[in-house]
Design a protein around this ligand. Structure first.
Ligand SMILES: NCC(=O)CCC(=O)O
Ligand SMILES: [Mg+2]
Length: 337
């Protein structure tokens, strides 16, 4: 029997550096810190309200007073940004989602309260109509064809973004995938003097089934029914198209770009980072969270290990930060280590 010896061996023994903790620490290429985390929180009207989200174990919807406790912990743990997602009462939902533009609506009120109590904590708000519409779409459907009308939706989103900016939000994050919305919102912000408001564009947002639990959490699942968002969100088959989307959003004035979902789309994160070298984020969405949680609850996966490994995967793919429902758990674990 002949043993075939590769030429580089034994000069290159890859296991030498893996042998001891010191050399593994020395060669580690990526690191996860609390500063990489953006924590999405579901907010409700009322006081002292707290509801579990059935399909997202460990995630709650909280009223604005209880949100302050969440914010306090984010500050203590070094999480730089909190992202707000409103649960809007059915009675306030309409065909056009006009409540999204209410300067005294749930989101602007939460922003004001947060900035008053925690001025150093970054606050990000979603710009999209789905929590506010009776049909659960992110924009305004044409009454006869159902097609989401681009320009009319962008006009509404711009009013929504301005209401959020007026409330003092640090980052607006349009998640609607309409064409031209970044440019329109940027122009409006500049004209109104909001020159510091950052835009994180959901640039490559795919029409994904991984958003299922989120739609339960904000209560848009029943409104949406069997309809889909395929005429505006991206086809999971594509990644060149994601690069065009990112290029357009940057040209229109985005400060940061995002890929969503996260783990199944890390190839897109890597391509975006390599191509543009701009602040690049990924959203580990509700379905990704639910999968890991469910498997951990069944004893099939080690919760903390898969949570940390998934974060490392985002960093390795080139993400500068991650929106994740695990943010508090990760930051607590990092602090305890
Ligand atoms: N615009 C925000 C989302 O759609 C979040 C989706 C998710 O977490 O599944
Ligand atoms: Mg676009």
């Amino acid at each position: 029997m002949t043993i075939i010896t590769p030429v580089a061996f034994p000069a290159a023994r890859m296991r030498r550096m893996r042998r001891d903790p010191f050399s593994r620490n020395l060669m580690r290429e990526n690191v996860v810190t609390a500063h990489d985390l953006i924590y999405p929180v579901f907010i409700l009207d009322g006081t002292n309200q707290r509801q579990q989200v059935a399909s997202m174990p460990g995630v709650e919807r909280v009223s604005v007073d209880l949100l302050m406790k969440v914010a306090e912990e984010c500050v203590a743990l070094g999480i730089p940004v909190l992202a707000l997602f409103p649960v809007i009462d059915q009675s306030l939902k309409t065909y056009d989602g006009i409540e999204a533009t209410n300067p005294n609506g749930l989101v602007p009120r939460a922003v004001r309260e947060l900035k008053r109590n925690f001025p150093e904590l970054g606050i990000l708000t979603d710009v999209a109509l789905d929590p506010y519409t009776t049909h659960g779409q992110d924009g305004l459907p044409d009454e006869t064809t159902g097609y989401i009308m681009n320009e009319r939706t962008v006009a509404m989103l711009t009013r929504q973004a301005l209401a959020q900016a007026e409330a003092g939000v640090d980052v607006v994050a349009p998640s609607d995938m309409m064409d031209g919305r970044i440019g329109t919102i940027r122009t409006a912000l500049e004209q109104q003097g909001f020159i510091h408001t950052r835009i994180m564009a959901y640039s490559a947002k795919y029409a994904s089934a991984f958003y299922g639990p989120f739609r339960d959490a904000v209560g848009s699942a029943a409104n949406l029914g069997k309809a889909d968002k395929n005429t505006y969100q991206m086809d999971p088959a594509n990644s060149n198209e994601a690069l065009r989307e990112v290029a357009l959003d940057l040209a229109e004035g985005a400060d940061m770009v995002m890929v969503k979902p996260g783990m199944p789309y890390l190839d897109v994160v890597r391509r975006v980072k390599d191509e543009f070298k701009v602040p690049t984020y990924a959203y580990q969405v509700s379905g990704e969270y639910a999968m890991l949680k469910a498997a951990a609850q069944n004893g099939w996966l080690d919760h903390d290990k898969v949570m940390m490994e998934s974060m490392m995967a985002f960093k390795r793919a080139g993400a500068d930060g991650v929106l994740t429902y695990f943010a508090l758990d990760i930051a607590r674990k990092l602090k305890a280590a």
